[in-house]
Design a protein around this ligand. Structure first.
Ligand code: NAD
Length: 501
């Protein structure tokens, strides 16, 4: 499809949002907007896409009550009907995949070439957890001498899901699908910079026949609506994806009501490239993992640690690639890098380029990028103590640090507060496994770019998160494990008060 066709179809998908302000979805219906609203704008041309209800604590309370009322019937519905419903949601996502991609691309600035796959991945999330809904309650048999212990799992209750703005549709399904499969009900608070695709998900769930109140969506600003959700009494747990500082705030906000928390937070992920690696493949992966999804990607390999012996050659090849990256309108099928989501975020990334220069790094930016797009950039001659090597920039900026040997590479890689992902490129199998053992990261990819397998655990160490997603790990979070201990005979019970003195 051409850019003109994409534009026309995006317009058709978005016109409904321009006409009517977007309301919360509570108890199975979209509420009319009565109070305050906020704007969401297209990052590429600043067009006003929608006015959206700015949720207040009372809105969150209403949604939390709806989730509480819906919990009992949903939890006791049984795995088979839940499975069928979740598959119907996946069908609905697939049927509206083009619309989801166009709305998401317009609202976030993410290139359509990546967003066109977001719906398929979201549907896959629903199908994966749908197929496990029937076994989610299964436990273990733990026999002892005179007793049989066995475990059961049950859904924890209504939960809050708070998501960021970078790839909102896919990320929200990654949380909402396992929550629903477990038997939990959900209140979702999407990010205020990209709220629109959450509306489509609520519609799809409603049209699939999901009972009223099982999924609720409250829009709004994090410090108000998000905060209220973390404080709401009926909400038993918060699954959060976002910045590390916000995770810390949520932990404090949720403490008085003893919220269980699951955090997927920021990263400053190293990619280690050794001289013995397949450098052609390493180059592809390094370029892809920093410049795809606008660099607004938690698992982006934003720190390149490269062996000194190949540093200059590799840096030259990176420069050449940088110049070739197609930057522009996210709806253009040729675009590889779109505009960053919001003027505030663009200013933050631009400031990091200034900081890099102030710190003494050489900033190499692609010349062809024009505002509002941020140029893809390399920071050469950097060292690990620089802010640009330590802090998450969350944009198309690659910090390049040379290392002398494996020991130094490991030390540099671990010398950050984050620990989400690490990538290693080497032809030495033993070294690869040694590093996989010793790197401080929840996920290690050896001779691979980020490649996701849904049963595998996803999550970070240190300031990058608490808990793991994927497969059974998701159920561990959304469910309580209960132990049942049964006597197998008449074992002796200690007697108290039976022999008075
Ligand atoms: P953010 O923390 O600013 O916001 C995330 C969400 O939290 C939004 O919905 C926001 O409204 C809400 N929020 C903000 N303050 C809140 C509060 N006090 N209480 C409750 N909710 C609040 O993050 P962002 O800028 O939207 O997203 C970018 C960040 O997300 C980056 O750090 C990135 O690494 C991280 N991220 C992590 C993963 C992962 O899997 N580890 C995936 C994607 C993004």
């Amino acid at each position: 499809m051409s850019l003109a066709e994409h534009r026309a179809r995006a317009d058709a998908a978005l016109v409904r949002f321009r006409d009517t302000p977007v309301g919360h979805f509570v108890g199975g219906r979209f509420e009319p907007v009565a109070g305050e609203t906020f704007e969401t704008r297209a990052p590429f041309d600043d067009a006003l896409l929608a006015r959206v209800a700015a949720g207040q604590p009372a809105d969150v309370e209403r949604a939390a009550r709806a989730a509480e009322d819906a919990f009992g019937p949903w939890a006791s519905l049984g795995g088979a009907p839940r499975k069928a419903l979740l598959h119907r949601i996946a069908d609905g996502i697939e049927a509206r995949a083009d619309e989801i991609a166009l709305v998401e691309s317009s609202d976030t600035g993410q290139p359509i070439r990546f967003m066109s796959k977001a719906a398929a991945r979201a549907a896959e999330n629903f199908r994966f957890f749908a197929d496990r809904a029937e076994s989610a309650r299964d436990g273990l048999a733990l026999p002892a001498e005179r007793h049989l212990n066995y475990t059961l799992r049950q859904p924890i209750g209504p939960v809050g899901v708070i998501t960021p703005w970078n790839t909102p549709f896919m990320l929200s399904t990654w949380k909402i699908a396992p929550a629903l499969a477990s038997g939990c009900t959900v209140v979702h608070k999407p990010a205020e910079w990209s709220p629109l695709s959450a509306v489509l998900l609520a519609e799809i769930a409603r049209d699939a026949g999901l009972p009223d109140g099982v999924l609720n969506t409250v829009h709004g600003v994090g410090e108000v609506a998000g905060r209220a959700l973390t404080e709401a009494l009926p909400i038993r747990a918060i699954a959060f994806v976002g910045e590390s500082a916000t995770g810390a705030a949520i932990m404090a906000q949720g403490a008085p009501t003893l919220k269980r928390v699951h955090f997927e937070l920021g990263g400053k992920n190293p990619v280690l490239v050794f001289g013995d690696a397949d450098l052609d493949r390493a180059l592809e992966a390094v370029v892809f993992m920093i410049f795809s999804l606008n660099g607004e990607r938690c698992t982006s390999s934003s720190r390149l640690l490269v062996e000194e012996s190949i540093h200059d050659v590799f840096a030259d090849r990176l420069r050449a690639r940088l110049a070739g990256i197609r930057v522009g309108d996210p709806l253009d099928p040729d675009t590889e890098l779109g505009p960053l989501i919001h003027p505030t975020h663009r200013a933050k990334v631009a400031r990091y380029l200034e900081i890099a220069a102030e710190e003494g790094a050489q900033v190499v930016s692609a010349p062809a990028a024009t505002p509002p797009c941020t140029p893809p950039s390399l920071l050469l001659g950097a060292h690990n103590a620089m802010r640009v090597a330590q802090e998450e920039i969350f944009g198309p900026v690659l910090t390049v640090v040379p290392f002398a040997d494996e020991a130094e590479a490991l030390r540099l890689a671990n010398d950050v507060r984050y620990g989400l992902a690490a990538y290693v490129w080497t032809g030495d199998l033993e070294r690869g496994h040694r590093l996989a053992r010793d790197l401080d990261a929840g996920m290690i990819w050896l001779n691979s770019e980020n490649n996701r397998h849904l049963p595998a655990p996803f999550g970070g160490m240190k300031a990058s998160g608490i808990g793991r997603d994927g497969g059974d790990y998701s159920f561990e979070f959304f469910m309580e494990t209960k132990n049942v201990c049964v006597a197998l005979g008449t074992h002796p019970i200690p007697r108290l008060g039976a022999d008075p003195v």
